[in-house]
Design a protein around this ligand. Structure first.
Ligand SMILES: Nc1ncnc2c1ncn2[C@@H]1O[C@H](COP(=O)(O)OP(=O)(O)OP(=O)(O)O)[C@@H](O)[C@H]1O
Length: 255
């Protein structure tokens, strides 16, 4: 049975006179890959920012585990992980260091433990490294722990970013255009990785322009245009929806 993990009710985000998101209702359910599509400027990233707590709704509410419009740290502790449209890795740092960053917010120790290098600190460091190896293996990056991030290809950097988001054992993973800049083969490999996340019990929210990827993995698709939700449903039905074709697929489909 699918459980509602997060509930967006009549959420709007305004920047001055511009409605980036306008009265959107959306539920995120467990065991599901939810695709979000829409033309440039439709409000997809802004909605993802709301879901990761980076953007407070101007109106409406976003409810997770009974908490209304929770801040990012609370969402991280509840298990909401996120990757960004442009890869945000620490340049000059290794793959392992970049992934460990994702776990430090979650580690079970305090400043005194760290300053005095107490045993509990060492143990938690060890656990984090083990977890990092696990997630790197999951994203097919095992053996690349000591490579400097700058030397990675774009698909590899995206995988490392995803590994970092997986460190907190998220219940919900938010992915903002994970295949941007990829060739068709790299895109399909990413689609398979997204599907693997779902198999691992993670609900995925996937903002994606690549219709082939979306049709391959999404079970439900929401379409946005001008900040509004214009359709929601099964991928096949969405692909045939007249409003959707007019707003989006006619101009930008089939990438
Ligand atoms: N911080 C901001 N301040 C002002 N306007 C913003 C801000 N962030 C987004 N916008 C505007 O809000 C609208 C929605 O932007 P958003 O980035 O959410 O769209 P998108 O669907 O993700 O587009 P894309 O596919 O191009 O990434 C756009 O008109 C954008 O210019």
């Amino acid at each position: 049975m699918k459980e509602v993990l997060a509930d967006i009710q009549q959420v709007s985000v305004r920047f001055g006179g511009l409605w980036a998101v306008r009265r959107v209702d959306l539920q995120i359910r467990s065991d599901e890959i939810l695709g979000i599509i829409g033309p440039n400027g439709a409000g997809k990233s802004t909605l993802l920012n709301v879901l990761s707590g980076l953007q407070r709704p101007s109106e409406g509410s976003f409810v997770v585990e009974g908490r209304v419009n929770p801040p990012p740290w609370f969402l991280a502790s509840l298990g909401v992980g996120r990757s960004f449209q442009t890869v945000r890795l620490l340049r000059g740092a290794t793959v392992m260091e970049n992934v460990l960053v994702g776990g430090h917010v979650y580690a079970d120790r305090n400043l005194v433990d760290i300053l005095f290098r107490r045993r509990v600190w060492k143990r938690s460091e060890q656990q984090l490294v083990e977890r990092a190896r696990e997630v790197l293996n999951f994203v097919d990056m095992a053996g690349q722990e000591s490579v400097i991030a700058d030397h990675l290809s774009l698909p590899e950097r995206r995988r490392v970013e995803m590994a970092r988001a997986l460190m907190i054992r998220p219940k919900i993973l938010l992915l903002d255009e994970p295949t941007a800049g990829f060739n068709p083969q790299e895109s399909l490999q990413m689609a398979d990785l997204v599907a693997r996340c779902k198999e691992a019990g993670i609900a995925v929210v996937l903002v994606e322009h690549n219709m082939r990827v979306l049709m391959r993995v999404a079970e439900r698709v929401m379409v946005m245009d001008n900040g509004e939700k214009i359709a929601e449903g099964l991928p096949e039905a969405i692909a045939r929806d007249k409003r959707v074709v007019e707003a989006y697929l006619g101009g930008a489909g089939g990438a």
